[in-house]
Design a binder for this molecule. Structure first.
Ligand SMILES: [Zn+2]
Length: 557
């Protein structure tokens, strides 16, 4: 009901009237809190008033109470902390939903454990049907070489199995799956991909980057209902962790249709900024249609394209300027041609879209910056806000180019705390100085939106918040932080999951801070993440999550 009222009032609540001094009546007043607003004009307040799904007032209690009417709902925070709704600037929504539905291999510490989890699931799946999983990481095992299929094939002989590495850039197939896909010793490595092979040339089980398509094409396609179920479940999961929005880093035509269907019918109580996957017909259709901003009551934005420059560091697919220290003949992979990035970027500028390109290695990042620079030179655009997703390993020469070109580095602080154990083995110490270098980037004047890349990392946005300020893992390792000069302040880290993601999606006029006129998205926490010692941040519990002034999640009492 509250939702209906909110929707009906959405267009009517006159922000203009506020300016003129008329006093609207609040639907909801939240008082007695320590409320961080991410708005520098009034960073901490004690109360807010909400009407029509938007913030009417943020300030002291008496100012908020002045907007109280007979039907106004009151919430007393009891001194607790409230922050603006957290937004993950880079997550994979359907991928998270899928991960909730398939075998979860995160946290496994041996290949045997992976095999056991898959074999346990296979027991409840009819023979011949695929068993899918995600989340293994051989860097967490005693033997950090890529696994081979033999153990999996022996344990699960009758089901095709395909399990994706934690970063999504490699996958392991068992024999049944390789047979179903028609992959043999005669199959050649595709462009931008690599098949791990046994001594006799037969596929060993692991498929890296574009080679994954050789196996994936044999997996039955998801139905539209599967996609919808994944999205709905992922949104619910995200809200549980205090997220009120996500920048979906790659949505295909079906996902975009499902988002629009949910948004149109008022079922999407969440803010999705969907980046369109790199698929020519889908991109062309959206360029023709034009950008969708603040659609369906501020639940859907479609105004950017997601491209890929290279692979990932863990699977040695990140494109480097110099070879991998632990693989001296390998400089990584280019997943798409630089000319393609430049072409899409040029067309996006004309069509009024943003381009957000995945780049992990220093060569990948340089190629993207070069492609953006060339596209911008041909199509000068003052406010393009092109992004590099990850911007993980940068040559020193390229760090100032982000600010110079107006390009936003969209980073995931938790990647640093996940990768730090083995990043030096891959890169050597010299290159680490330009890796996960958010402080160096901030110092050049850019904003650095933070994200998790879920399901690559866990959904909880406070993990990346903690990594950003401490550069330590959950066990406070290493003492003092990993390359601690690159830490953010808490104030910056709060902005990195609120107002900076909003800016990075052209949403800052309606989202990202508890500022009158913006959507009333906020989260109540059980402790003050801005003031507790850093080692206590990860103990924080989300008590409730609110989108447009409506509570979409409440912790069990
Ligand atoms: Zn991603």
């Amino acid at each position: 009901m509250l939702r209906l009222i909110s929707r009906a009032l959405l267009c009517l609540v006159p922000v203009v009237a506020l300016a003129q001094g008329a006093a609207p009546v609040a639907d909801l007043i939240v008082t007695n809190g320590r409320i961080y607003t991410a708005d520098d004009t009034r960073p901490v307040v004690e109360a807010i008033a909400v009407g029509g799904g938007r913030v009417l007032f943020a300030g002291n209690a008496s100012g908020a109470m002045a907007l109280r009417g007979a039907a106004t709902k009151m919430v007393d925070l009891g001194g607790r902390t409230m922050i603006p709704g957290m937004v993950d600037a880079h997550g994979h929504v359907a991928g998270l939903g899928d991960a909730l539905h398939i075998v979860d291999l995160t946290g496994t510490t041996t290949y045997d454990e992976v095999v056991a989890r898959v074999a346990a699931r296979a027991k409840s799946v009819p023979k011949g049907q695929w068993v899918l999983g995600r989340g293994w990481d051989q860097n967490d095992w005693g033997d950090t070489r890529f696994p081979t299929h033999d153990k999996m094939t022996a344990a699960v002989p009758d089901h095709p199995v395909y399990i994706v590495r934690v970063d999504g850039h490699a996958g392991l197939a068992n024999l049944k799956a390789m047979q179903a896909a028609g992959v043999t010793a005669a199959t050649q490595d595709p462009t931008g991909g690599h098949i791990e092979r046994a001594a006799d040339g037969s596929p060993a089980g692991v498929f890296v980057d574009n080679a994954q398509g050789l196996v994936r094409r044999a997996i039955p396609r998801q139905t539209r209902d599967d996609v919808k179920a994944s999205i709905v479940d992922a949104v619910k999961e995200a809200q549980r962790w205090g997220l009120t929005g996500v920048h979906d880093a790659g949505a295909g035509a079906t996902e975009l249709e499902v988002y629009e269907e949910l948004a149109k019918s008022g079922q999407l109580h969440f803010r999705i900024n969907a980046m369109i996957s790199d698929n020519a017909p889908t991109i062309d259709a959206w360029f023709k249609r034009g950008a969708l901003a603040d659609g369906y009551g501020g639940t859907l934005w479609v105004r950017s394209i997601k491209l890929y420059a290279d692979g990932a560091l863990g699977s040695r697919g990140a494109a480097l300027l110099e070879p991998y220290r632990d693989d001296p003949k390998n400089t990584g992979l280019l997943v798409s041609a630089p000319a393609h990035i430049q072409d899409v970027a040029a067309r996006a500028l004309k069509a009024g879209f943003q381009v957000n390109t995945h780049a992990i290695g220093d060569r990948g990042n340089r190629l993207v910056l070069d492609a953006y620079e060339a596209a911008l030179k041909a199509n000068p655009t003052a406010d393009h806000r092109f992004r590099v997703e990850h911007a993980q390993i940068l040559s020193f020469d390229d760090i100032p180019r982000f600010a110079a070109l107006g390009v936003i580095p969209s980073m995931q602080a938790s990647h640093q705390t996940s990768d730090m154990y083995w990043a030096e083995a891959r890169l050597g110490s010299g290159r680490l100085l330009g890796a996960y270098a958010w402080r160096s980037l901030l110092n050049t004047g850019v904003v650095v939106p933070n994200g998790s890349d879920f399901p690559v990392e866990q959904v909880n946005p406070l993990i990346s918040f903690h990594s950003a300020v401490s550069r330590q893992d959950a066990r406070d390792w290493p003492p003092g932080g990993w390359y601690p000069a690159e830490r953010m302040t808490r104030d910056e880290a709060l902005k990195a999951m609120t107002i900076w993601p909003a800016y990075a999606a052209f949403q800052e006029k309606v989202l990202g801070s508890l500022t009158p006129g913006k959507y009333a998205d906020f989260v109540v926490l059980d402790q003050d993440i801005m003031r507790v010692p850093a080692e206590l941040i990860l103990n924080t519990k989300v008590l409730s999550t609110w989108v447009g002034g409506v509570r979409v999640y409440a912790a069990a009492p």
